[in-house]
Design a protein around this ligand. Structure first.
Ligand code: TRP
Length: 344
Protein backbone atom coordinates (compact mmCIF):
# COMPACT_ATOMS: atom_id res chain seq x y z
CA UNK A 1 0.00 0.00 0.00
CA UNK A 2 1.52 3.34 -0.98
CA UNK A 3 1.32 6.02 1.67
CA UNK A 4 -1.20 8.84 1.44
CA UNK A 5 -0.74 12.26 3.01
CA UNK A 6 -2.53 12.35 6.38
CA UNK A 7 -5.92 14.03 6.31
CA UNK A 8 -8.74 13.93 8.87
CA UNK A 9 -12.40 13.73 7.89
CA UNK A 10 -15.44 13.36 10.09
CA UNK A 11 -19.14 14.11 10.05
CA UNK A 12 -21.97 14.86 12.44
CA UNK A 13 -25.62 14.30 11.57
CA UNK A 14 -27.92 17.31 11.91
CA UNK A 15 -30.66 15.40 13.69
CA UNK A 16 -31.18 17.79 16.61
CA UNK A 17 -30.47 17.98 20.36
CA UNK A 18 -26.67 18.03 20.26
CA UNK A 19 -25.58 16.75 23.65
CA UNK A 20 -22.57 15.93 25.80
CA UNK A 21 -22.14 12.60 24.02
CA UNK A 22 -21.70 14.36 20.67
CA UNK A 23 -19.30 16.81 22.28
CA UNK A 24 -17.03 14.36 24.11
CA UNK A 25 -17.36 11.55 21.57
CA UNK A 26 -16.76 13.68 18.50
CA UNK A 27 -16.55 17.48 18.48
CA UNK A 28 -13.96 17.83 21.27
CA UNK A 29 -11.71 15.40 19.41
CA UNK A 30 -12.24 17.27 16.14
CA UNK A 31 -11.00 20.41 17.88
CA UNK A 32 -7.85 18.73 19.21
CA UNK A 33 -6.90 17.22 15.84
CA UNK A 34 -6.64 20.65 14.24
CA UNK A 35 -3.25 21.16 15.89
CA UNK A 36 -1.66 18.20 14.11
CA UNK A 37 -3.72 17.51 10.98
CA UNK A 38 -5.43 19.04 8.00
CA UNK A 39 -9.10 18.55 8.93
CA UNK A 40 -12.39 18.45 7.05
CA UNK A 41 -15.57 18.50 9.16
CA UNK A 42 -18.92 17.92 7.55
CA UNK A 43 -22.53 18.41 8.57
CA UNK A 44 -23.93 15.26 6.96
CA UNK A 45 -27.39 16.45 5.95
CA UNK A 46 -27.77 13.72 3.32
CA UNK A 47 -27.42 11.09 6.04
CA UNK A 48 -30.04 12.90 8.10
CA UNK A 49 -32.77 12.28 5.47
CA UNK A 50 -32.38 8.49 5.65
CA UNK A 51 -35.15 8.74 8.25
CA UNK A 52 -38.10 11.19 8.09
CA UNK A 53 -37.16 14.71 9.21
CA UNK A 54 -39.28 17.85 8.73
CA UNK A 55 -37.47 20.35 6.46
CA UNK A 56 -37.70 23.23 8.94
CA UNK A 57 -36.08 21.04 11.61
CA UNK A 58 -33.35 19.92 9.23
CA UNK A 59 -32.57 23.53 8.31
CA UNK A 60 -32.35 24.55 11.98
CA UNK A 61 -30.28 21.48 12.87
CA UNK A 62 -27.72 22.15 10.12
CA UNK A 63 -27.20 25.62 11.55
CA UNK A 64 -27.02 24.21 15.08
CA UNK A 65 -24.25 21.71 14.22
CA UNK A 66 -22.33 24.38 12.32
CA UNK A 67 -22.59 26.74 15.28
CA UNK A 68 -21.49 23.97 17.65
CA UNK A 69 -18.41 23.24 15.54
CA UNK A 70 -17.38 26.88 15.55
CA UNK A 71 -18.32 27.56 19.19
CA UNK A 72 -16.33 24.51 20.33
CA UNK A 73 -13.23 25.86 18.62
CA UNK A 74 -13.06 24.51 15.09
CA UNK A 75 -11.38 27.10 12.87
CA UNK A 76 -13.26 27.20 9.54
CA UNK A 77 -10.53 29.26 7.90
CA UNK A 78 -7.58 26.98 8.63
CA UNK A 79 -9.68 23.85 8.18
CA UNK A 80 -12.86 23.06 6.27
CA UNK A 81 -16.43 23.14 7.65
CA UNK A 82 -19.29 22.55 5.22
CA UNK A 83 -22.51 20.63 4.63
CA UNK A 84 -22.55 17.46 2.61
CA UNK A 85 -25.38 18.26 0.19
CA UNK A 86 -23.47 21.28 -1.15
CA UNK A 87 -20.72 19.08 -2.58
CA UNK A 88 -22.36 16.85 -5.17
CA UNK A 89 -19.32 14.58 -5.39
CA UNK A 90 -20.43 12.85 -2.18
CA UNK A 91 -23.58 11.57 -3.87
CA UNK A 92 -21.72 10.73 -7.07
CA UNK A 93 -19.09 8.63 -5.34
CA UNK A 94 -21.73 7.05 -3.10
CA UNK A 95 -23.44 5.65 -6.20
CA UNK A 96 -20.17 4.13 -7.38
CA UNK A 97 -19.67 2.63 -3.92
CA UNK A 98 -23.20 1.18 -3.97
CA UNK A 99 -21.91 -0.81 -6.91
CA UNK A 100 -18.68 -1.82 -5.12
CA UNK A 101 -20.17 -2.81 -1.73
CA UNK A 102 -21.87 -6.21 -1.52
CA UNK A 103 -25.37 -6.84 -0.13
CA UNK A 104 -23.86 -9.27 2.35
CA UNK A 105 -21.54 -6.59 3.75
CA UNK A 106 -24.35 -4.12 4.34
CA UNK A 107 -26.61 -6.85 5.71
CA UNK A 108 -24.14 -7.31 8.54
CA UNK A 109 -24.33 -3.68 9.74
CA UNK A 110 -25.61 -3.75 13.31
CA UNK A 111 -26.70 -0.11 13.24
CA UNK A 112 -29.06 -0.81 10.33
CA UNK A 113 -30.51 -3.80 12.15
CA UNK A 114 -31.01 -1.70 15.29
CA UNK A 115 -32.57 1.22 13.46
CA UNK A 116 -34.76 -0.87 11.15
CA UNK A 117 -35.85 -3.25 13.87
CA UNK A 118 -38.99 -5.16 12.90
CA UNK A 119 -39.72 -2.51 10.32
CA UNK A 120 -37.03 -3.53 7.81
CA UNK A 121 -39.44 -3.80 4.84
CA UNK A 122 -40.56 -0.24 5.35
CA UNK A 123 -37.37 1.75 6.03
CA UNK A 124 -35.73 3.74 3.24
CA UNK A 125 -33.24 2.22 0.81
CA UNK A 126 -31.05 5.13 1.90
CA UNK A 127 -30.92 3.83 5.46
CA UNK A 128 -29.57 0.53 4.16
CA UNK A 129 -27.05 2.20 1.82
CA UNK A 130 -26.02 4.74 4.49
CA UNK A 131 -22.55 3.22 5.10
CA UNK A 132 -21.66 3.48 1.39
CA UNK A 133 -22.40 7.20 1.52
CA UNK A 134 -20.27 7.45 4.65
CA UNK A 135 -17.41 5.72 2.80
CA UNK A 136 -17.84 8.23 -0.04
CA UNK A 137 -17.71 11.14 2.43
CA UNK A 138 -14.32 10.01 3.64
CA UNK A 139 -12.79 8.73 0.43
CA UNK A 140 -13.81 11.56 -1.87
CA UNK A 141 -11.10 13.46 0.07
CA UNK A 142 -8.86 10.40 0.27
CA UNK A 143 -8.88 11.01 4.03
CA UNK A 144 -6.66 8.74 6.11
CA UNK A 145 -7.93 9.30 9.66
CA UNK A 146 -11.49 9.44 10.95
CA UNK A 147 -12.34 10.42 14.54
CA UNK A 148 -15.51 8.51 15.43
CA UNK A 149 -17.26 6.99 18.41
CA UNK A 150 -17.28 3.25 19.08
CA UNK A 151 -20.67 2.93 17.38
CA UNK A 152 -19.18 3.94 14.01
CA UNK A 153 -16.30 1.47 14.04
CA UNK A 154 -18.14 -1.10 11.96
CA UNK A 155 -19.07 1.52 9.35
CA UNK A 156 -15.45 2.56 9.15
CA UNK A 157 -14.36 -1.04 8.61
CA UNK A 158 -16.83 -1.16 5.75
CA UNK A 159 -15.23 1.98 4.30
CA UNK A 160 -11.90 0.19 4.35
CA UNK A 161 -13.43 -2.86 2.65
CA UNK A 162 -14.92 -0.65 -0.06
CA UNK A 163 -11.62 1.18 -0.61
CA UNK A 164 -9.75 -2.12 -0.77
CA UNK A 165 -12.21 -3.72 -3.20
CA UNK A 166 -12.14 -0.67 -5.48
CA UNK A 167 -8.32 -0.72 -5.44
CA UNK A 168 -8.31 -4.46 -6.25
CA UNK A 169 -11.12 -4.59 -8.81
CA UNK A 170 -9.71 -1.67 -10.79
CA UNK A 171 -6.00 -2.21 -10.11
CA UNK A 172 -5.05 -2.34 -13.81
CA UNK A 173 -7.06 0.73 -14.70
CA UNK A 174 -5.75 2.62 -11.65
CA UNK A 175 -2.20 1.94 -12.83
CA UNK A 176 -3.04 2.72 -16.47
CA UNK A 177 -4.57 6.05 -15.43
CA UNK A 178 -1.32 6.95 -13.71
CA UNK A 179 -2.36 6.48 -10.08
CA UNK A 180 0.11 3.77 -9.16
CA UNK A 181 -0.77 0.82 -6.97
CA UNK A 182 -3.79 2.06 -5.06
CA UNK A 183 -6.20 4.91 -5.57
CA UNK A 184 -7.87 5.08 -2.16
CA UNK A 185 -6.22 4.94 1.28
CA UNK A 186 -7.66 2.57 3.87
CA UNK A 187 -8.98 5.06 6.44
CA UNK A 188 -8.17 4.45 10.11
CA UNK A 189 -10.52 5.16 13.00
CA UNK A 190 -9.30 7.47 15.75
CA UNK A 191 -11.06 6.28 18.89
CA UNK A 192 -9.42 7.25 22.14
CA UNK A 193 -9.79 8.86 25.50
CA UNK A 194 -12.24 8.43 28.35
CA UNK A 195 -15.98 8.73 27.83
CA UNK A 196 -16.14 8.02 24.13
CA UNK A 197 -19.40 6.41 25.24
CA UNK A 198 -21.36 8.84 27.34
CA UNK A 199 -24.34 7.17 28.99
CA UNK A 200 -27.75 8.52 30.03
CA UNK A 201 -27.85 10.45 33.31
CA UNK A 202 -31.00 8.50 34.21
CA UNK A 203 -29.78 5.01 33.31
CA UNK A 204 -26.08 4.14 33.14
CA UNK A 205 -26.72 1.18 30.85
CA UNK A 206 -28.25 3.27 28.03
CA UNK A 207 -26.35 5.62 25.73
CA UNK A 208 -26.99 9.33 26.13
CA UNK A 209 -29.34 9.97 23.21
CA UNK A 210 -31.01 12.85 21.42
CA UNK A 211 -34.20 10.82 21.23
CA UNK A 212 -34.55 9.88 24.92
CA UNK A 213 -37.97 11.10 26.09
CA UNK A 214 -36.46 12.53 29.30
CA UNK A 215 -34.46 15.71 28.79
CA UNK A 216 -32.88 14.95 32.18
CA UNK A 217 -31.11 12.00 30.57
CA UNK A 218 -28.72 14.29 28.70
CA UNK A 219 -26.77 17.54 28.91
CA UNK A 220 -27.59 19.48 25.75
CA UNK A 221 -24.99 21.86 24.36
CA UNK A 222 -27.70 24.53 24.45
CA UNK A 223 -28.42 24.09 28.20
CA UNK A 224 -27.70 27.10 30.41
CA UNK A 225 -25.74 26.81 33.67
CA UNK A 226 -28.75 26.31 35.90
CA UNK A 227 -30.08 23.53 33.72
CA UNK A 228 -26.66 21.83 33.64
CA UNK A 229 -26.42 22.04 37.44
CA UNK A 230 -29.92 20.75 37.98
CA UNK A 231 -29.52 17.80 35.61
CA UNK A 232 -26.27 16.74 37.29
CA UNK A 233 -27.78 17.06 40.77
CA UNK A 234 -30.68 14.87 39.69
CA UNK A 235 -28.51 12.33 37.87
CA UNK A 236 -29.05 8.76 39.03
CA UNK A 237 -26.43 7.29 41.39
CA UNK A 238 -26.22 4.39 43.80
CA UNK A 239 -25.97 4.48 47.58
CA UNK A 240 -22.25 3.68 47.98
CA UNK A 241 -19.48 6.27 48.24
CA UNK A 242 -17.13 6.54 45.23
CA UNK A 243 -14.47 3.82 45.05
CA UNK A 244 -10.77 4.75 45.16
CA UNK A 245 -9.80 2.28 42.44
CA UNK A 246 -11.03 1.70 38.88
CA UNK A 247 -12.00 -1.87 39.71
CA UNK A 248 -14.56 -0.52 42.17
CA UNK A 249 -16.59 0.94 39.29
CA UNK A 250 -17.47 -2.52 37.97
CA UNK A 251 -21.19 -3.17 38.22
CA UNK A 252 -21.84 0.51 39.03
CA UNK A 253 -22.79 1.95 35.61
CA UNK A 254 -24.01 5.32 36.89
CA UNK A 255 -20.91 5.94 38.99
CA UNK A 256 -18.72 4.81 36.11
CA UNK A 257 -20.49 7.18 33.73
CA UNK A 258 -20.24 10.25 35.98
CA UNK A 259 -16.57 9.56 36.69
CA UNK A 260 -15.94 9.13 32.96
CA UNK A 261 -17.68 12.42 32.19
CA UNK A 262 -15.67 14.21 34.87
CA UNK A 263 -12.42 12.73 33.54
CA UNK A 264 -13.16 13.67 29.95
CA UNK A 265 -14.25 17.22 30.80
CA UNK A 266 -11.34 17.84 33.16
CA UNK A 267 -8.77 16.22 30.86
CA UNK A 268 -7.81 13.61 33.49
CA UNK A 269 -7.92 9.82 33.64
CA UNK A 270 -10.67 8.06 35.57
CA UNK A 271 -8.02 6.74 37.96
CA UNK A 272 -6.93 10.30 38.74
CA UNK A 273 -10.51 11.32 39.39
CA UNK A 274 -11.00 8.40 41.79
CA UNK A 275 -7.75 9.23 43.50
CA UNK A 276 -9.21 12.58 44.38
CA UNK A 277 -12.82 11.61 45.12
CA UNK A 278 -12.53 7.98 46.31
CA UNK A 279 -14.36 7.45 49.61
CA UNK A 280 -16.49 10.59 49.21
CA UNK A 281 -20.22 10.46 48.70
CA UNK A 282 -21.90 11.67 45.54
CA UNK A 283 -23.07 15.07 46.74
CA UNK A 284 -19.53 16.47 46.98
CA UNK A 285 -18.48 14.82 43.74
CA UNK A 286 -21.54 16.11 41.91
CA UNK A 287 -20.86 19.67 43.08
CA UNK A 288 -17.34 19.41 41.60
CA UNK A 289 -18.78 17.87 38.43
CA UNK A 290 -21.21 20.77 38.07
CA UNK A 291 -18.24 23.14 38.15
CA UNK A 292 -16.23 21.35 35.45
CA UNK A 293 -19.32 20.80 33.31
CA UNK A 294 -20.39 24.43 33.51
CA UNK A 295 -16.82 25.60 32.83
CA UNK A 296 -16.60 23.40 29.74
CA UNK A 297 -20.11 23.67 28.33
CA UNK A 298 -21.49 27.06 29.25
CA UNK A 299 -19.09 29.08 27.04
CA UNK A 300 -19.90 26.81 24.10
CA UNK A 301 -23.64 27.14 24.62
CA UNK A 302 -23.37 30.92 24.96
CA UNK A 303 -21.26 31.23 21.81
CA UNK A 304 -23.68 28.98 19.90
CA UNK A 305 -26.55 31.26 20.88
CA UNK A 306 -24.61 34.25 19.54
CA UNK A 307 -23.76 32.51 16.27
CA UNK A 308 -27.30 31.29 15.74
CA UNK A 309 -28.55 34.88 15.75
CA UNK A 310 -26.81 35.45 12.42
CA UNK A 311 -27.72 32.67 9.99
CA UNK A 312 -26.17 34.68 7.14
CA UNK A 313 -22.77 34.41 8.80
CA UNK A 314 -23.17 30.64 9.34
CA UNK A 315 -24.21 30.17 5.73
CA UNK A 316 -21.21 32.17 4.53
CA UNK A 317 -18.97 29.80 6.50
CA UNK A 318 -20.68 26.76 4.96
CA UNK A 319 -20.51 28.19 1.44
CA UNK A 320 -16.83 28.96 1.74
CA UNK A 321 -16.17 25.49 3.18
CA UNK A 322 -18.14 23.82 0.39
CA UNK A 323 -16.17 25.67 -2.29
CA UNK A 324 -12.88 24.55 -0.75
CA UNK A 325 -14.13 20.99 -0.23
CA UNK A 326 -15.20 20.82 -3.87
CA UNK A 327 -11.70 21.78 -4.98
CA UNK A 328 -10.41 18.60 -3.36
CA UNK A 329 -13.33 16.34 -4.23
CA UNK A 330 -13.80 17.28 -7.89
CA UNK A 331 -10.43 16.00 -9.21
CA UNK A 332 -10.83 12.80 -7.17
CA UNK A 333 -14.23 12.19 -8.74
CA UNK A 334 -12.87 12.94 -12.22
CA UNK A 335 -10.13 10.38 -11.65
CA UNK A 336 -12.69 7.82 -10.42
CA UNK A 337 -14.70 8.31 -13.63
CA UNK A 338 -11.61 7.69 -15.74
CA UNK A 339 -10.70 4.62 -13.72
CA UNK A 340 -14.22 3.20 -14.11
CA UNK A 341 -14.25 3.81 -17.87
CA UNK A 342 -16.91 6.53 -17.91
CA UNK A 343 -16.57 8.77 -20.97
CA UNK A 344 -16.48 12.46 -20.09
N1 TRP B 1 -22.45 8.01 10.60
C1 TRP B 1 -21.86 9.04 11.43
C2 TRP B 1 -22.64 9.15 12.73
O1 TRP B 1 -23.83 8.92 12.76
C3 TRP B 1 -21.83 10.37 10.73
C4 TRP B 1 -20.99 10.33 9.51
C5 TRP B 1 -21.43 10.41 8.22
C6 TRP B 1 -19.59 10.23 9.47
N2 TRP B 1 -20.36 10.35 7.37
C7 TRP B 1 -19.22 10.25 8.10
C8 TRP B 1 -18.61 10.11 10.46
C9 TRP B 1 -17.90 10.15 7.70
C10 TRP B 1 -17.29 10.00 10.06
C11 TRP B 1 -16.94 10.02 8.68
O2 TRP B 1 -22.07 9.52 13.72
Amino acid sequence: MPSFPPRVFSGVQPTGNLHLGNYLGAIKKFVALQATHECIYCVVDMHAITVPLPPADLRANIREVTAAFIAAGIDPKKHIVFNQSQVAEHAELAWVFNCVARMGWLNRMTQFKDKAGKNSENVSVGLFAYPALMAADILVYRATHVPVGEDQKQHLELSRDIAQKFNNDFADSIAACGHGEAFFPLPEPLIQGPATRVMSLRDGSKKMSKSDASDYSRLNLSDDRDTIAQKIRKAKTDAEPLPSELAGLAGRPEADNLVGIFAALAGESKAEVLNRFGGQNFSGFKAALVDVAVDALDPIGAEMKQLLKDSGHLEAILNDGAARAREIAAPVMTAVKDILGFVR
